[in-house]
Design a protein around this ligand. Structure first.
Ligand code: ATP
Ligand code: MG
Length: 190
């Protein structure tokens, strides 16, 4: 599951947990992005902060882990590269799934090397409030699984705005992530 995770929130871990169960996955690897090429407008928090928060949010789940492949790359992140790196790390015989929210279904087709991505992994698409899941323009060869979870109307954008306005993040992000944000004033100047 790739993401900016700025910050990681309860819908991210909730989606991962549901995908793990419904698709009978062995584990979920969270991959915080390095330099997110699609988010150049806004300054994204330092990768080490996003990595630390991802660790905090996932550490209590025995089947969650966090990978630094995209952070270490230090150049624009393409999902095809991420999947190739994970494939190399896990070795032959590993089946890869890419977990994402329904909102990415539209933009996926404009991703670089998307053909490669479709060949590398099965997409696991999770419902997300206000996002219409449409894969009708996807190539027939694309492998897609849909996973339903109790809809959580949480976004990192809203979490950052709340933090900046000193509004509570409790129950939107894991407790430890909330503490991390508060103690560093991570979004105070957003
Ligand atoms: P931002 O507001 O900064 O875009 P975000 O909440 O969308 O943040 P991302 O890091 O962009 O979080 O998303 C990582 C992945 O998690 C994406 O595939 C996204 O679709 C999915 N996702 C994020 N929030 C939800 C949610 N509330 N329900 C389902 N999937 C979600
Ligand atoms: Mg997003």
């Amino acid at each position: 599951m790739g993401g900016t995770f700025d910050p990681i929130h309860n819908a991210h871990v909730g989606a991962a947990c549901e995908a793990l169960a419904q698709c009978q996955l062995d584990e979920v690897v969270f991959v915080p992005t390095g330099v997110p090429w699609q988010k150049e407008g806004r300054g994204v928090s330092d990768a080490e902060h996003r990595y630390a928060m991802t660790l905090l949010a996932t550490q209590s789940h025995p089947r969650f882990r966090v990978s630094r492949v995209d952070i270490e790359r230090r150049k624009p992140t393409y999902t095809a590269d991420t999947l190739r790196d994970l494939d190399e790390e896990y070795g032959p015989g590993t089946e890869l799934f890419f977990i994402a929210g329904a909102d990415i279904a539209e933009s996926v087709l404009s991703w670089k090397f998307i053909g490669e991505v479709f060949a590398q992994a099965t997409f696991v698409l999770v419902n997300r409030p206000n996002a219409v899941l449409s894969t009708e323009h996807w190539p027939p060869a694309a492998k897609v699984v849909q996973v339903e979870m109790p809809a959580l109307d949480i976004s990192s954008t809203d979490c950052r705005r709340r933090a900046a306005a000193q509004r509570p993040l409790r129950y939107l992000v894991p407790e430890s992530v909330g503490q991390y944000i508060a103690s560093r004033g991570l979004y105070d100047h957003d």
